[in-house]
Structures are given as C-alpha cells and as structure tokens.
Design a protein around this ligand. Structure first.
Ligand SMILES: NC(=O)C1=CN([C@@H]2O[C@H](COP(=O)(O)OP(=O)(O)OC[C@H]3O[C@@H](n4cnc5c(N)ncnc54)[C@H](OP(=O)(O)O)[C@@H]3O)[C@@H](O)[C@H]2O)C=CC1
Ligand SMILES: O=C1O[C@H](COP(=O)(O)O)[C@@H](O)[C@H](O)[C@H]1O
Length: 596
C-alpha cells in the first residue's frame, strides 16, 4: 500500500493485503498546519500506533488509535511532506505546491500515459517495463495510467503485450495474485509503430493517447530509451505532435548526455528548443539506488557522522564500481564512450557530489541540486597524471576462455578504449582540501560490486599501535557503504579479541539490509519513474550540474585521445591493472577492496 494524496482532500485506502480499508483526510488550518485525520479504522487496529513522520525536521509523532471514528489527528507544517506509517506501510502525503503535479493519482479527471520510445530495445525490456509493473503491483501508479510502446519495429498490441510479459517477474517474496496483476497491467499496455523523426507518426500516437485518456486531463511522460543521436528528432516530434494540451509533458532522457562539454551543450540546446528545463528529466540510475538515497540520511540525521565528515577526520574516500562481465553485446556503444564516460563522469561523480556537498537548505530538489553544483564547481580539473586506465584481455581459467574486449565484433580492431579507469580527484574547499577522492571502475573484473569506502585518519598517539603491528591501514576505521549487491553499511572498528590477553582485531559493526529489513529493495528505475511521474526532480540531473561534470572530465579525455594513451591490459576476471595501485600509492593510500 503506497498511496499518494493531496492536502485539503480525503480519500479511502483499500488494501487487499491488509484486508482493510480506512480513510485519511488532510486540511490546512489557520496556523498553516496540515491536520491529518485518519478515520473509520477497523476495530482490529484500535489501540495500535499510527506513525506520522516529518522528514524535514525529523519529527516523529506516534498517535495511538483509540476508536474507529476520527481515530487520530496530528499537525504538520503546511509546506511539508509528512509520511504516515502504519503496519510498516508508507503513505506519502504530498505538500500543497506539488498538488497540481500529482493530479491524476487519485482523481477521476486526469490520466497519465507513459510512452517508452525505443520500446523494442534492451533497456526497455530489461529495466523500464519491469519497473513499471512493480510500481503497478505496489499500487503506486495513478488510477488512469496507460503504458505505450513506440518504436520502428512492427508489432500489434497483442505482440507487444507478449513481449512485455516476458520481461515481468513477480518479486521474490511472491505475493498472491501476481499473475492477475500482470494481466491487469498488460491490458493497460499499447503499442504504436513509427519512425522517430516522423511528425505524422507522432500525430497517430497522439490520437491513440487521446483515446486512452478518454477526455481526462492529459499528463504525458516520454521515456527516451533510444540511441542519443535520435533524441532531438524524437523530442521535436513528441513536443510538436503529441504533447499534452491541458496537463504536463515530461521527458526522461537516458545517458549518455553527450561525450564531452561541447556535445553535451549541443544536446542541451537541442532539447531546450522544444522543452523547458523543468520538463527534462536526465536520468542517472545510480541516484535511484537505495543506498545512494540513504547517503544523506546517514550523514545528516545521525549526529555521529556529520562532525567527522571533513578533512579533519577523513583521510580519503573511495568510490568503487566493478562488474564481473565484459561489454558483451554493448561493445558498439561502449567503444564510442569508454569507462570514464560510462561510469566515472556520471554515476561515480554523482555519488561524490552527494557525499561531499554541504548541508542543503532543505530537501527540496533545487536546494539539493544547488549544493551538488557548488561542490562540483569547487573541484580541481582532473589531471592525466591522476588517471590510470586499462583494457581487459582474454584469459583462460578452469578450461574456459574469456574474450578480450577487442574480440567483440562490434569493437574496432586495435581499439584503445579503456574498460577500466582509476582516478584521483580533489575538492578545493575548506571541508575537503587535500582529501583524495579515489574512483575506480572496471568491466570484466573478478567481482560485481559498487561501494563507497570512507577511510578515516589514524588515531593520534594510539595507545594500541603495538597490538596491531605495523599495518596501520588495517587498524584505521573505515565506513563502507555497499550499494550492491547485498546492500550493507558497515563500520570497521578496532576491538579487543575476548580473552585474557590483549589482542586487537578489526571487526565490523554491520547493518546488513537483508538481515535487518524484510522488505525488498526496489529497483532504482522504480524510484526514478515514480519521481518523474510525481514531478520530483531531486534525483535527476540539472543542466548546470551536467555542464560542470563535463568541465571536470573533458580536458583529460581530450588529452588522452590526443596523446593516444595505451591502456594497461589486464586479464578478464582479474582485479584490474596495477596502475590503479600505483595511483593510490602516490597518495600513500591503499584500495579498501583489496582486503575483501
Ligand atoms: N541497455 C542498457 O543497459 C543501458 C542503456 N542506456 C541508454 O538507454 C538508451 C537505450 O538503450 P538500449 O535499449 O540499450 O538501446 P538499443 O540499442 O536496444 O536501442 C533501443 C531501440 O532503439 C531503436 N534503434 C536502435 N538503433 C537505432 C538507430 N541507429 N536508429 C534508429 N533507431 C534505433 C531500436 O528500435 P526499433 O528498431 O524498433 O526502432 C531499438 O530497439 C540509450 O541511450 C543507451 O545509451 C543507459 C544505461 C544502460
Ligand atoms: O549505466 C550503466 O550502468 C550499468 C551498471 O548498472 P547497474 O545498476 O547494473 O550497476 C553498466 O553495466 C553500463 O555499462 C552503464 O552504461
């Protein structure tokens, strides 16, 4: 049960899983507070707690349900987005200014259509349709929503539904009526075949969208899941021939957003010919990952972390991404970009910005994005001497031969495109002066993992140095935020080994998500799609963020290409090139993942 509603309204909650229904209403009072009222709660929930949680000022209100009628009332500032929590289920309550954006979630008068442009492609099948289905399953989609696939491939609605159905899964915690839900979802899916640059074809699409909208206020979300060279054509046609006339039109744009400052600026100019900035949702799916979302919570809502979050206590920060498979199937795309553009310039830099930004004025999108831009603008341009690159070569292990990057038929022979890169970046501000931010990303490595490692300084005058021997690295505290797989946050601390002697070891205080939370972690695309539908821009990249991200990387990328730097070859399935270790050693550091 995850339902959205607006202030000054009331609605009923019908939850088949809790087998209950009750109603919630909110109203704005004279003192500019929202009063949330829950009523008609079934008897079996009486004398249980309803939690009202205010994210902005961390206020939490537990209200005990005494009666079925007008069971609980609580107040919140009118401009906040409190969450109510009951029986582990979240009900998100929108603040008044977002009211118009969420038109369509709970009322009869408006409809939302989500058109996946490039619906026959890999990303649509792998991520977008499954995410939409999960949102539907969780009752997160508006009452009148429709999914449209658009691509050149010829398909009937039935064939499209059949294709989509093969991509859908019931979650591992298999709840009942999943196949029923799938059928319901598929009945809301339609397809239109057309060219990406044909206004005529988009006019036909518009006609079909109108049919589904049935005269309601039309809200349209386009997801550009196509190669970037056709983004502008598709946006031109969608905006001129198939945009909403009385609601909103938004466009999710997938990376790559260009391959350097110039091409990125050209793409932005092209998009802005047809769209306002607030209609453009540039997606970086790493921002939708649960533990990236949690990064600010961890830092800003725990007194024990924020005071340590600076050069005074932190020796270095490591952002590590590794995949245990190569570019198989995507070599053609990848060769034009390489790992620096594919992972470092976007996913890892975005994490760095959230990690290192100053406290935003509020949790509003613009306040957060302003802080991210500020910290990115404080960064020193990346220097070639602070970069190590590699490319995977063929390797035989256990009788199996794994291919080299250049064995891929879509990769040009002799390509120098890096499939691995490590970099040391610096932020030139008072908080982070001199602290290396090490990044490392690679394909075809020994493991699949993404993590943030915060290595703290050595304890000054440590009384127990002797107990550790000479390995001070092992003795320092490290906070590890494992984004995937097997999400966890653990803090490496020094601890006395129980016994009569005085032996110390390095142990983990471990918040292991699978053990702590029974609820499954939603896929990043679910969160981001829902945010785009809601008009929440916090996790999307603003154009000035993108500009500064490219400013940091473009000079070094150009220099590498001009100087034709040859990557260091590393075997498929290994830990990557030794160049990465030399780079860390230059700053007297070691990669934290060496020990795992
Ligand atoms: N796949 C992934 O894991 C990721 C993808 N992305 C980005 O998402 C977008 C979509 O990716 P993906 O699904 O892999 O892309 P695909 O290569 O699968 O292309 C998607 C669809 O676009 C159409 N298409 C492909 N090439 C051309 C072309 N040259 N001219 C016109 N139409 C074409 C095809 O549909 P049809 O022929 O039916 O028109 C195809 O099914 C890209 O921008 C990609 O960079 C980003 C992150 C991860
Ligand atoms: O954007 C990209 O991300 C994927 C990795 O995403 P993940 O969520 O599976 O970690 C990467 O494989 C791809 O090369 C890149 O374009």
């Amino acid at each position: 049960m995850s339902t959205l509603y607006s202030p000054n309204c009331s609605f009923s909650v019908n939850d088949s899983r809790l087998a209950t229904s009750f109603s919630i209403s909110s109203s704005e009072s004279q003192d500019s507070q929202q009063r949330i009222t829950v009523s008609s709660l079934p008897k079996r929930f009486h004398r249980q707690n309803l939690y009202l949680h205010s994210p902005r000022n961390q206020r939490r209100n537990a209200v005990r349900m005494e009666k079925g009628e007008v069971a609980a009332t609580a107040s919140f500032p009118a401009n906040e987005t409190p969450m109510t929590r009951f029986k582990d289920e979240l009900l998100k309550i929108k603040s008044s200014e977002e009211c118009k954006d969420v038109a369509g979630f709970d009322n009869e008068e408006s409809a939302v259509t989500i058109t996946v442009v490039g619906a026959s492609g890999d990303l649509a099948k792998k991520k977008i349709f499954p995410a939409l289905f999960h949102l539907y399953y969780e009752d997160c989609l508006p009452k009148h929503f429709t999914v449209f696939g658009y691509a050149r491939s010829k398909m009937t609605d039935e064939e499209f539904r059949n294709m989509v159905s093969k991509t859908l899964t019931c979650r591992i915690d298999k709840r009942e009526n999943c196949s029923e839900k799938m059928d319901e979802f598929l009945r809301r899916c339609f397809y239109h075949s057309g060219q990406y640059d044909s206004e005529e074809n988009f006019v036909e699409l518009d006609k079909k969208l109108r049919e589904q909208e049935g005269g309601r206020i039309s809200n349209r979300l386009y997801y550009l899941s196509i190669p970037p060279n056709i983004f502008i054509d598709a946006v031109r046609c969608a905006s001129s021939s198939a945009s909403s006339v009385n609601g909103w039109t938004r466009v999710i744009v997938e990376k790559p957003f260009g391959r350097d400052s110039e091409s990125s600026a050209a793409l932005t100019r092209g998009l802005k010919q047809y769209l306002e900035e607030d209609q453009i949702f540039r997606i970086d799916h790493y921002l939708g990952k649960e533990l990236v979302e949690n990064l600010s919570v961890l830092r800003f809502s725990n007194l024990i972390f924020e005071p340590l979050w600076s050069r005074q206590y932190i020796r270095n920060v490591q952002l590590i991404f590794s995949e245990d498979f190569g570019t198989e199937g995507r070599g053609g795309y990848f060769d034009h970009y390489g790992i620096i553009r594919d992972i470092l310039q976007n996913h890892l830099l975005q994490i760095l910005a959230i990690f290192a930004m100053e406290t935003p004025v509020s949790l509003k999108a613009e306040d957060i994005r302003n802080e991210k831009v500020k910290v990115l603008r404080s960064m020193k341009p990346l220097l070639l001497e602070n970069v190590a690159i590699g490319q995977y070569k063929s390797h035989t292990r256990g009788g199996i031969t794994y291919p080299a990057y250049t064995d891929d038929k879509t990769v040009p022979k002799g390509s120098r495109t890096p499939t691995f890169a490590a970099a040391a970046l610096f932020i030139d501000n008072a908080r982070w002066d001199g602290v290396p931010f090490l990044m490392k990303a690679g394909k075809a490595l020994h493991t699949k993992r993404a993590e943030i490692r915060v290595q703290f300084r050595h304890v000054p005058g440590n009384l127990y140095n002797k107990s550790f021997g000479t390995d001070l690295d092992q003795a320092t505290n490290e906070l590890v935020i494992r984004l995937q797989p097997d999400e966890a946050i653990y803090l490496k601390i020094n601890n006395k080994v129980p016994g009569l002697g005085m032996r110390l070891d390095n142990s983990h205080l471990n918040l292991h998500y699978a053990a702590r939370y029974s609820k499954e972690i939603p896929d990043a695309y679910e969160r981001l799609l829902l945010d785009a539908i809601e008009g929440e821009r916090r996790l999307f990249i603003r154009s000035d963020e993108l500009d500064v991200a490219w400013e940091l990387f473009t000079p070094v990328l150009k220099e590498m290409e001009e100087k034709k730097i040859i990557p260091e070859y590393y075997p498929y399935g290994s830990r990557g090139p030794v160049g990465a270790h030399y780079l860390a050693a230059k700053y007297n550091l070691r990669w934290g993942d060496m020990y795992v």
